[in-house]
Design a protein around this ligand. Structure first.
Ligand code: SF4
Length: 483
């Protein structure tokens, strides 16, 4: 069934803004996706003109969503989505109070328009041992109409915040014509050799099928703005992460230690202070780690992040891009756009040829893919050729193959937060190896490593696919945290 699923999804066109989405932590597949699914269910009720006939709503979570949904905030995301809230704009500081209010009054304002009965304790069913055939992350929404009729809709959160229904998974073939259609790394290489365009130029050209170049560039700067604000917030917020593991946030202390007595006001001055600190190897490593920790601590706290290509792996790309800007003179808007465009193409090739869902492929699909995306982007921005950039992506993934997903307590904290620092450092190393290397001598192609990753995903035991049924998750139970 998994390989059938792959064939069904592999040809559809993916924009840079599908790969990078502004949202709320901690998980793209378990938080952002279910939030979007709930919004879509509301839109369905509105389109069917039955919203105001609904008495009550129930939700059924299957497979991985049932097993780690609570730790990933799936229940919270669904309630906010059903309430008609938008994850891009919703004030993350009032999530807790809103959810407590719903539980207290046992009512929910469906689509922000119509009050229905809803008790989160009784009306969300977690079916731990049941999975639906198309994808391990399935949600069914059940609406009870006045008069006794019931309406059910099922959605699949297929990773990276993408949500599909069964008919869309079956029919989504060639949904938009692009000037440079790309399904794999060979296609990308073909177009770059034929046109002489670099990867980001090819992607920018393809993006004009959705919107003007100016709009794409504005959107990319908006994405970077959210990324850097997230790093800054994470570097200035202390405390313990929610969920019960009692994990202490580290980015703020590291930030203070590294900047010592330097005074600054606001984000831009802070960035300036960091870049003034020099180029010592350990200073740079500490900062790259600090940037990645900051994003993923924000992510674990239901903060605003950019899915890149998932939330669990949201720290890798901002950390490497911040490294490029502060330590490699990459500060122009043009360079930021270049970085994000190239990264997104590599991510979409992985999505088409394998998966970016940990529930399908383990952590190689999250941290591994984000590291490959960042490696290619950094390599190209530092002057690498198209083939060197693809080589960088290949190297980064090659050394994440087989990495399992086993978050302790189903929370996106351990090993997830530190894992982003590792993904970022591997991306930088891979970019450097490719810049100093010769693609002609490379033995493994990017397509070969993507195929390997997919085959590894198929062979991987389901207990290592975002279920918290194996690995570290078993060694350190939530109630007996050793951290
Ligand atoms: S272990 Fe990796 S894939 Fe799993 S939740 Fe953490 S970051 Fe995501």
């Amino acid at each position: 069934m998994l390989s059938k699923y792959l064939l069904l999804i592999m040809h559809h066109s993916i924009s840079v803004f599908d790969m990078f989405k502004i949202g709320v932590g901690p998980s793209s597949s378990h938080t952002l996706g279910p939030w979007r699914a709930a919004e879509r269910f509301c839109n369905y009720l509105i389109l069917q003109k039955i919203l105001f006939n609904i008495d009550a709503v129930k939700i059924i979570l299957y497979g991985s969503l049932a097993k780690t949904g609570k730790g990933h905030g799936t229940n919270i995301a669904i309630q906010l989505g059903l309430s008609g809230e938008d994850p891009v704009t919703f004030d993350v500081d009032i999530i807790d109070s809103r959810i407590k209010h719903i539980a207290f009054v046992k009512k929910l304002l469906l689509a922000g328009k119509h009050e229905v009965d809803f008790n989160p304790h009784d009306d969300i069913d977690y079916l731990h041992s049941e999975s639906l055939p198309y994808h391990p992350n399935a949600i069914t929404f059940l609406a009870h109409l006045k008069g006794g009729e019931k309406i059910a809709q099922t959605y699949y959160s297929i990773g990276g915040g993408f949500v599909e229904q069964e008919h869309q998974l079956q029919n989504k073939i060639g949904d938009i014509e692009l000037p440079f259609p790309i399904n794999n790394a060979s296609d990308l290489l073909h177009w770059s050799m034929k046109t002489g365009l670099s990867i980001h130029e090819i992607v920018l050209e393809n993006e004009t099928s959705w919107r003007t170049q100016a709009d794409t560039e504005l959107g990319l700067i908006a994405i970077w703005t959210v990324m850097k604000q997230c790093i800054f917030r994470g570097c200035h917020t202390n405390g313990v992460l929610p969920g019960g593991l009692q994990v202490k946030r580290r980015a703020t202390d590291l930030n203070k230690k590294l900047l010592q007595e330097n005074a600054y006001e606001g984000l831009e001055q802070w960035m300036h202070c960091i870049s003034k600190g020099g180029n010592d190897f350990r200073y740079i490593i500490d900062w790259v780690s600090c940037f990645a920790l900051a994003v993923n601590e924000e992510n674990a706290s239901f903060g605003r992040v950019v899915t890149a290509p998932t939330n669990g792996a949201a720290g890798v790309i901002p950390a490497v891009l911040m490294y490029y800007i502060l330590f490699c003179d990459g500060g122009s808007e043009k360079k930021v756009s270049q970085f994000l465009l190239t990264a997104s193409e590599i991510g979409s090739i992985f999505k088409k040829g394998a998966t970016i869902s940990a529930a399908m492929g383990g952590c190689q699909a999250e941290i591994g893919v984000s590291s490959a995306m960042a490696a290619a982007a950094l390599c190209e921005c530092l002057g690498g050729t198209q083939r060197q950039a693809m080589m960088a992506a290949e190297i980064a993934m090659e050394h994440h193959l087989g990495m399992t997903c086993d978050p302790i307590g189903g929370l996106v904290q351990i090993p997830c937060i530190e894992r982003n620092t590792m993904g970022a450092m591997k991306a930088i190393t891979a970019a450097q190896l490719a810049l100093q290397g010769t693609p002609d001598f490379a033995k493994v192609s990017l397509d070969a490593v993507i195929r390997t990753m997919w085959e590894t995903a198929l062979d991987m035991s389901s207990k290592y696919k975002e279920t918290a049924d194996g690995g570290l998750a078993l060694q350190i139970p939530l109630s007996l945290s050793e951290c």
